[in-house]
Design a protein around this ligand. Structure first.
Ligand code: ADP
Ligand code: MG
Length: 729
């Protein structure tokens, strides 16, 4: 075997599918098997305690500590019957990606007590040894310790032999150190403001909640090939690699059948997900080779996010059982599609009305229009912040870097909805809205078909698209915790709805008829939020220029985009909606900048190492072979003829020498620029320096390496190539 690469290719291509047995029970029987569902609560908790729990879960009633022991006892009994020996508080620290989360899980697990000593107080609150989780200095500034507190709205579940308790993670002075705490506050804010607006139309609405249906994209790469790519192992993406001659041009992967090894992986994933109560429904191939997608049916948002976090960690585990590595990185391979996680977002009332769907009556349609327009208002006002909420070192490859679409948040509405808003904007309110009569309110809103047809052939280039009865936030990264973007979206919409209701109330107070007031404010906002609406090609250069003219945020440097969190408008929004305070936002930004720097730092080091100990030695070896060949040619042929015959090889020898030289110089610059950046004390400035002076050098080095890959004998090349990683399955 010449090298690890060939060994890996041979092993990978011989692998057989690991067959997964279908469970004997039906999916509806094993759905939620390892979740402490309501049905199980009913069975394992005393009646009164069960009823109190329902009140906590359904009505947001405060959890009464006096029932904690009884709840813990019931949970413990159920867990022990399922072979559980340990419990752990499960939370979502500010680090992105499941690998870190998996570590933290283990760490907590080893500190977590045995199941025998599971009392109410241990269920409700704990002080995890979590000094290694990023806090952006919050714990140093306020209180040294942080604690985790049970989130009773998300059910506990069993993973292997451990009872997992979803919790928030906050400092002793109440600052959020995680994603879940601010998410719950944002959900409370949007729920409250949407309820207030709903009451204008439907007085019986008591509660509105946000839904989320995510679509998780991922790549699978054979484990042996993965192991032979140190860059994939260390950074989650390939830092080099020439395009495969064939990639996604033919779209044959998308429409093709699912390969058997992958099908078995998917089958096991689906079974495990259903057992954990994750309602996974669709699974299919994606556009890029070896890229796939899994999506559940949408759920209440807090639960949906826990489920996505859980799914990402089980995907990684199950992939390994099938001899794959699951890549959640947003851009593992240059030149082909990256992975995203579409976030389908909507609001529903406790009476079952989907607020972003048109209805049967004119009043339903007025309500529909209000919720569409106020959503657009929130997105428009905070478009830069929304972009910041999905930005990361890895997702920036999908947002504005090289081949990606420009990093601009805009919204696609489709022809029918655009026409409706246009008609409302232009018309005189007296013509369009005949508001006569107290009982029979008649609103001559242009007819809205119940099914908004043209949203089915949607615009795939839009980052925030209306898709018939919901909005789909497509720019979210595959590796991200959805909470990051959903905190911002829900808070922004909460602010817009609050503002809407306040202005309507003011007009009514001044003597205006209720629906006339609604229409008046609505028309103001239709005009105000116009710049966010764009149905054209979001990937085009003309759009970037147009977006700039419209005043939308077009910044694409990741560390600079994070600044949006600290804009006055953003701080005001978070504070007024009770979601986060300035000090929390500042601390979280420190974490974002530090994480960015660390990621680029690791990539730069790995690239430097690989250049020096894989690429250059291989290139030199091939070069010496050619040199020897040329020398030998002179032994056989006359000088004149030989000159002609060796011309091409001499050119290659020269090109290799030049490229090696540029790689060496690049690596030296990379080290020097890092040294300069590392001396900066501000986390922001450091991240900006890494972005501006390290990333571009990495790209230059990559270009040289990718050209060498084409030049050098395939036999000598040590790193698995794109065609191997992408097509062997
Ligand atoms: P696509 O055509 O974009 O692949 P699907 O129709 O399969 O999308 O749905 C994608 C996700 O959107 C699923 O999780 C689905 O449950 C969810 N979804 C559907 N309707 C809504 C809604 N009103 N609110 C939130 N999510 C929804
Ligand atoms: Mg979708």
């Amino acid at each position: 075997m010449a090298n690890l690469r060939f060994h890996a290719v041979t092993t990978a291509s011989k692998k057989k599918p690991i067959m997964v047995e279908e469970p004997k029970e039906r999916p509806s029987d094993y759905f939620g098997k390892y979740v402490f569902t309501r049905a199980k609560m009913y069975r394992y908790l005393p009646n009164k305690v069960y009823e109190q729990m329902l009140d906590v879960m359904d009505n947001g009633a405060p959890f009464d500590r006096s029932i904690a022991d009884a709840v813990a006892r019931g949970m413990r009994q159920w867990a022990v019957e399922n072979g559980v020996t340990h419990y752990t508080h499960w939370f979502q620290p500010l680090t992105e990606g499941t690998a870190e989360k998996h570590d933290s899980f283990v760490e907590l697990d080893s500190n977590g007590g045995m199941i025998e000593e599971f009392e109410g107080k241990l269920l409700v609150q704990q002080e995890p040894d979590a000094s290694s989780f990023p806090s952006g200095g919050i714990r140093a500034t306020f209180e040294a310790r942080g604690y985790s507190a049970w989130d009773p709205t998300s059910p506990v579940f069993i993973m292997d032999d451990t009872l997992c308790i979803p919790t928030i993670f906050i400092s002793y002075t109440g600052e959020a150190l995680d994603y879940k705490a601010p998410l719950l506050r944002a959900l409370a804010a949007v729920g409250k403001s949407a309820t207030e607006v709903c009451k204008i139309f439907y007085p019986d609405v008591k509660k509105v909640s946000a839904n989320l249906g995510w679509e998780q994209e991922y790549f699978l790469v054979d484990e042996d090939l993965y192991a032979a790519r140190p860059d994939l192992v260390m950074t989650g993406r390939t830092l080099m690699g020439h395009d495969s001659a064939k990639n996604q041009q033919m779209d044959d992967h998308y429409f093709g059948t699912i390969p058997e090894r992958v099908a078995q992986f998917m089958k096991e994933l689906q079974i495990k997900a259903l057992e954990l109560g994750i309602p996974c429904k669709t699974r299919h191939n994606e556009v890029a080779p070896n890229q796939f997608e899994i999506a559940p049916i949408f759920e209440e948002m807090n639960l949906a996010i826990d489920h996505n976090m859980l799914l990402m960690s089980i995907m990684k585990r199950i992939a390994r059982k099938h001899g794959f590595r699951c890549l959640l990185h947003e851009k593992p391979f240059a030149g082909i599609n990256g992975s995203g996680k579409h976030n389908n977002w909507s609001l529903t009332t406790d009476t079952g009305i989907l607020l972003h769907a048109p209805g049967k009556t004119p009043m339903d349609n007025l309500r529909f229009t209000v919720f569409i327009v106020e959503t657009l208002m929130g997105v428009y006002k905070h478009n830069g912040l929304l972009k910041a909420s999905i930005m990361s070192a890895s997702n920036s490859h999908r947002l504005g870097a090289n081949e990606a679409p420009p990093a601009i948040v805009s919204s696609f509405l489709g022809r029918q909805l655009s026409e409706l808003l246009g008609a409302l904007e232009k018309s005189d309110s007296k013509d369009v809205f005949n508001l006569a009569g107290k009982k029979a309110v008649k609103l001559d809103i242009p007819v809205i078909p119940e099914l908004l047809m043209d949203n089915t052939d949607r615009n795939r280039t839009s980052p925030f698209a209306f898709t018939g009865n919901r909005f789909e936030f497509r720019a979210v990264g595959s590796e991200a915790n959805c909470a990051s973007s959903m905190i911002v979206l829900n808070t922004a919409v909460a602010e817009a709805l609050t503002d809407f209701r306040r202005r309507v109330d003011a007009l009514v107070e001044a003597g205006e008829e209720k629906y006339e007031a609604v229409v008046k404010v609505l028309r103001e906002d239709i005009v105000a939020c116009k710049p966010i609406h764009f149905d054209g090609n979001g990937y085009s250069e003309e759009w970037r220029q147009e977006a700039e003219r419209r005043g939308l945020d077009t910044e694409n440097s990741c560390p600079v985009v994070f600044d949006r969190y600290l804009d006055d408008d953003s701080v005001r929004m978070f504070e007024s909606m009770n979601v986060m305070r300035r000090c929390e936002l500042e601390a979280r930004n420190e974490v974002k900048w530090e994480t960015y720097t660390k990621k680029i730092q690791i990539e730069a080091r790995v690239l430097g190492d690989l250049s020096l100990n894989h690429i250059i030695p291989t290139a030199t070896k091939y070069q010496s072979e050619l040199v020897e060949l040329v020398e030998n040619m002179y032994k056989i042929f006359e000088a004149d003829e030989c000159k002609k015959l060796t011309h091409r090889n001499k050119e290659i020898i020269r090109e290799i020498a030049e490229r090696i030289e540029r790689i060496e110089a690049g690596v030296t610059t990379l080290v020097d620029n890092r040294k300069v950046a590392n001396r900066l004390s501000s986390a922001r400035e450091k991240a900006v320096a890494y972005h501006d002076t390290v990333v571009p050098i990495m790209e230059e080095i990559r270009t040289e390496i990718d050209s060498l890959e084409l030049l050098i004998s395939d036999e000598l090349w040590t790193l698995p190539k794109y065609r191997e990683m992408l097509f062997i399955k």
